[in-house]
Design a protein. Structure first.
Length: 299
């Protein structure tokens, strides 16, 4: 387990950031996927504003191709904590002709989320969107600031980043701009799991070993679901797997695993030579896939 003092330091930093968001912005929102990182953000927000309620809503951009276990967990958590949840659906953007459904063996709705997200930000006039991105996830993430400014088209300019000195977080924005805020930017995947273990947080069951109908493509294990494209010769077999990340089912691969507890998951991650986003096919479209998506307004 990670050193408790280190986890406490990370927690204190994240709580400070949460409070700065509440102090500097008029209409913040916490982007919630139902995954481990956004669950961690909810706990941090609880601690930041206790005994008051979290002073901003949660928002989920639902692709319609999410894992059912994640959606069930999302709804259960929101009800138990009495939180406000806003859901906006990618299917609506498709129906309105704003985005086009992909087809073929690598089709996914994950890329389509950007339009739905930007429309939701405009609809509710959010000026700060809190997200669970971490620097260790992907090289484009490492270029981000904790307060990352987006222009009035929701776009990110990786070459024009503000300096962030010590604890000076600059939330000043021009009309039309908004800020993406990353309170756990300095955390690693192991830090998040250690925090979940320390806090005894409940997480969706798909993070743990379970039996699931799957098929193999390109050396990766995919869930055999109606929304996941499968060739006729790709044979479905029941395998014991778990998921390290809970994105759109059509672009999120499983890993073979017998890890049934958080401590077993932590041990498994320590021995892994592949990052958690190594199981995300959308990041493999090109070397700069994530950076291009962020430039277009992706979270």
């Amino acid at each position: 387990m990670k050193d408790i003092l280190q986890i406490n330091d990370l927690e204190n930093e994240a709580i400070f950031i949460m409070r700065e968001v509440a102090a500097q912005f008029d209409r913040p929102v916490l982007l919630f996927s139902g995954g481990k990182d956004s669950i961690t953000l909810v706990r941090l927000a609880q601690k930041a504003f206790h005994p008051a309620k979290i002073p901003f809503p949660l928002m989920h951009i639902d692709t319609g191709h999410n894992f059912p276990e994640t959606i069930a967990f999302r709804d259960k958590l929101v009800e138990e904590l009495g939180l406000e949840l806003i859901v906006r659906n990618v299917q609506d953007s498709i129906d309105q002709g704003k985005v086009k459904e992909e087809s073929g063996r690598y089709s996914s709705r994950n890329m389509l989320q950007t339009t739905t997200l930007l429309d939701a930000i405009e609809e509710f006039k959010f000026d700060a969107c809190i997200g669970g991105a971490r620097r260790d996830e992907e090289k484009a993430r490492a270029k981000e600031r904790i307060f990352s400014v987006r222009d009035d088209f929701g776009q990110w300019d990786e070459k024009n980043q503000r300096p962030e000195l010590f604890d000076m977080l600059n939330g000043e924005i021009d009309l039309g701009q908004n800020v993406r805020v990353f309170p756990i930017s300095n955390w690693t995947e192991l830090d998040v799991w250690s925090y979940i273990e320390n806090e005894d947080l409940e997480i969706p069951s798909i993070y743990f070993s379970h039996k699931r109908p799957t098929f193999v493509r390109d050396g990766m294990i995919w869930s055999a679901d109606d929304c996941v494209y499968r060739d006729a010769d790709e044979v479905v077999e029941e395998r014991i797997v778990r998921f390290r990340t809970v994105g759109d089912m059509s672009c999120t691969a499983a890993v073979a695993s017998h890890a049934e507890t958080i401590s077993q998951v932590v041990a498994e991650i320590r021995d892994s030579s592949i990052s958690e986003r190594g199981a995300r096919i959308d990041d493999k479209r090109s070397e700069a896939a994530m950076e291009k998506r962020k430039q277009q307004g992706y979270f």
